[in-house]
Design a protein around this ligand. Structure first.
Ligand SMILES: Cc1cc2nc3c(=O)[nH]c(=O)nc-3n(C[C@H](O)[C@H](O)[C@H](O)COP(=O)(O)OP(=O)(O)OC[C@H]3O[C@@H](n4cnc5c(N)ncnc54)[C@H](O)[C@@H]3O)c2cc1C
Length: 311
């Protein structure tokens, strides 16, 4: 119990240390923007903003529960005095429907953590698929998002299109390994400036080529014409280019992603993202994400793990 308490405090401390804040029930860890001397914008850490979380209407069950034998006392289910995060409540109610566990002998909300623990330890994770969370993710590089989109089950992605946006929104992401060393940092800034300048130069040259009548670049509509220039010019952008997205996952998928990507063996940039995602999820629901233990590696970075992997 003491260890659990310490771990919970440790997790909340890290959320705050990373600049995390909860506004109207929505946790976020923002990431500041820096600029090179030439003015090229870049970020050094992922920004994670929870955009959507479940809202559960337990009272709505009343009309259904009242339709059973009054001796079963089902309607009292909606009067449980212990409030739960809506996401936990949704998953617990879904699980309890399976066995019509609405009567007085059911697991009450007071013991929701043990109930969810039984599901995750037994691998009965399908009820966790009801609760979805959506995030804005920014300050993440193209190489990180390439790894994240390998997760297919239970997730949705909407990512910035380098075909549709111009160089005016180009930003870069500095790897944590570069930030402490002056020379590596200088080289990163030099590369970011160079990539931004080369992109502008290439887009300009392609535009001239297009206006000169090149058939591969020509298009009937202005948007299509711009897209053809941008889809070609983007080929020179490095993996360090920022690639923000809106990302949605159900709790079963999110748990799996945290387990795979906040693991010590995961690549350090995606691990940093997964740890921040976890911290926001844990702030939002201390029950569905209550079995995870946060650890600090000798290099000062963090990992998250649970004994109930892959619910
Ligand atoms: C440390 C690390 C190193 C990696 N290295 C490489 C690498 O070198 N090269 C590389 O290509 N990838 C690599 N990957 C990516 C990895 O192989 C997976 O593609 C990625 O982690 C997605 O996870 P997932 O397969 O569990 O899929 P998810 O989409 O997250 O699916 C969750 C679970 O649903 C089930 N599932 C999903 N889709 C299917 C399906 N079509 N059929 C049956 N079951 C399904 C599986 O049980 C799966 O585990 C690496 C990942 C990690 C974490």
């Amino acid at each position: 119990m003491e260890t659990t308490q310490r771990n919970t405090e440790h997790i909340s401390d890290l959320f705050e240390k990373m600049g995390g804040a909860v506004t109207d029930g929505f946790p976020a860890i923002h990431s500041p923007v820096s600029h090179t001397e030439a003015g090229t914008p870049y970020l050094r850490a992922p920004g994670v903003v929870m955009l959507a979380r479940p809202q559960t209407n337990v009272a709505g069950l009343a009309g259904f529960l009242e339709g059973f034998d009054p001796d079963l006392n089902f309607p009292e289910y909606v009067n449980d005095p212990t409030p739960l995060p809506d996401s936990s409540q949704l998953c617990k109610t879904a699980g309890q429907l399976c066995y019509a566990s609405f009567g007085p002998r059911r697991t009450t909300n007071e013991n929701a953590a043990a109930y969810i623990g039984r599901l995750t330890s037994a691998g009965h994770g399908s009820v966790l698929e009801h609760a979805n969370f959506s995030f804005l993710l920014y300050g993440i590089s193209r190489s990180v998002t390439h790894e994240l989109v390998r997760h297919r089950a239970g997730v949705g992605f909407s990512q910035i299109s380098q075909r549709y946006v111009s160089g005016s929104v180009l930003r870069f992401v500095e790897r944590p390994e570069y930030t402490e060393d002056a020379e590596l940092h200088r080289l990163f800034e030099e590369r970011a400036d160079r990539a931004a300048a080369e992109y502008e130069e290439m887009a300009g040259r392609l535009l001239e080529y297009q206006e000169g009548g090149n058939t591969m670049l020509s298009a009937d509509y202005k948007t299509d014409a711009r897209k053809k220039v941008q889809q070609t010019a983007r080929s020179l952008l490095p993996n360090e280019t920022e690639a923000p997205m809106v990302f949605t996952g159900n709790v079963r998928a999110l748990r799996h992603i945290v387990e795979m990507r906040a693991d010590a063996h995961a690549e350090s940039e995606i691990r940093n993202l997964a740890v921040r995602l976890f911290l926001c999820l844990r702030e939002a629901d201390h029950i569905l994400f209550g079995d995870y233990v946060l650890d600090t590696l000798p290099d000062g970075t963090h990992t998250v793990a649970t004994e109930h992997r892959k619910a």
